[in-house]
Design a binder for this molecule. Structure first.
Ligand code: DC
Length: 335
């Protein structure tokens, strides 16, 4: 008899989240241990007290573990312990060395069998990068870093100061006096300028092209890239941008390049802006998006470009769920 251990985390305590996380964990344990269902004698779950502890066992039954015994228990609270965590032990009729499986946020529990990992998502404006990056970060319980927000904050600071965004020296002066930064509160990124939270202000349409222009300057890029690398070196995260897979994290564990037809991307941006209360002219937006992509792709330093080892996903006619599924299945193949 052998015991295989594992753990995973969820973002919130709902039956659907528990079901999906338990299914993923058990599937990974089965495939990594070449396990057959009838070799499983019993499964013992324990969950942190913020989770409805009855559900993991129910989810395992629903996932097809029909004949083994199932137990679910609630763990006592441990100060500083992981939140929303489901642990599991499978007692199996097998003698091979077990391969334990730690997924999502639970990877931190076993650094020896699970390391931190980074996902790079690059692509042009409106390709769906940020939507997908946010969902991935939620599902894997890892950090999301929106690198475009950093360039947008620089651009906003210049626009407010009346500085010419194409003048590198002037942009640097503004940067020195305003220090754009990103901070995290409850896992959500906030973009700061001085002490002000500018997370909404940086989404104004006039900031987009200015951000593309400030991002051409090497001194601006190096400042931003340094910060991005520092954040990514400390924890598992998903970064979206233009140069993540090619320049910021050339050794990222997973690289994706999302794209879509310009008309589709313009429509998505228009819907996004309209939802925020901006008046939008779709034709003008299309022209601006095309011009911005050209500028981002033509610049000398770290241009918008697919890394040779990135997986290309054309999202033109895909739903968000389809894109997310495609990306997660690619990640799952490797971990
Ligand atoms: O992703 P976004 O639309 O928020 O990005 C705004 C601009 O910032 C984009 O046109 C180019 C620049 N940018 C960049 O040069 N490198 C990144 N990693 C992210 C954004």
């Amino acid at each position: 008899m052998t015991v295989i251990r594992g753990a995973t985390t969820i973002a919130e305590d709902t039956p659907d989240e528990i079901r999906a996380a338990v299914k993923e964990l058990l599937e990974q344990i089965e495939s990594r241990n070449a396990l057959k269902r009838d070799e499983v004698v019993s499964i013992v779950f324990s969950s942190t007290s913020d989770i409805h502890s009855f559900y993991p066992a129910k989810a395992a039954r629903e996932a097809g573990f029909e004949s083994c015994s199932l137990f679910s228990a609630q763990e006592p609270d441990i100060e500083g312990g992981l939140k929303f965590c489901i642990r599991v032990m499978l007692f199996v009729e097998k003698n091979e060395t077990p391969r334990h499986v730690y997924l999502r946020g639970a990877r931190v529990l076993r650094k020896d069998v699970a390391q931190t990992f980074c996902v790079a998502i690059d692509g042009p404006a409106g390709s769906g990068k940020s939507t997908i990056a946010k969902l991935l970060a939620r599902d894997y319980n890892i950090l999301y870093l929106d690198t475009g927000a950093m360039y947008r904050a620089c651009a906003l600071a210049c626009l407010r100061a009346g500085a010419d965004v194409s003048d590198e020296a002037k942009v640097c002066d503004v940067l020195r006096s305003t220090s754009p930064d990103v901070v995290y509160r409850d896992g959500v990124q906030h973009t700061m300028l001085g002490g002000e939270d500018v997370s909404d202000a940086i989404r104004a349409p006039e900031v987009s092209m200015a951000a593309s222009t400030v991002s051409k300057h090497i001194s601006v890029r190096m400042k931003m890239v340094e910060k991005q690398r520092e954040i990514a070196s400390k924890m598992s995260c998903v970064l979206d941008g233009r140069d993540i897979g090619t320049f910021v994290l050339p050794d990222a564990d997973f690289k994706f390049f999302l794209t879509a037809a310009p008309e589709v991307r313009a429509k998505r941006r228009a819907d996004e802006l309209a939802a925020k209360g901006y008046e939008v002219d779709l034709d003008a937006l299309l022209k601006e998006i095309v011009a911005r992509d050209e500028q981002d792709a033509a610049r000398e330093i770290a241009p918008l470009k697919k890394a040779d080892d990135a997986v290309l996903v054309d999202t033109s006619s895909m739903t968000i769920e389809e894109v997310l599924k495609t990306i997660k299945s690619k990640i799952q193949e490797k971990i």
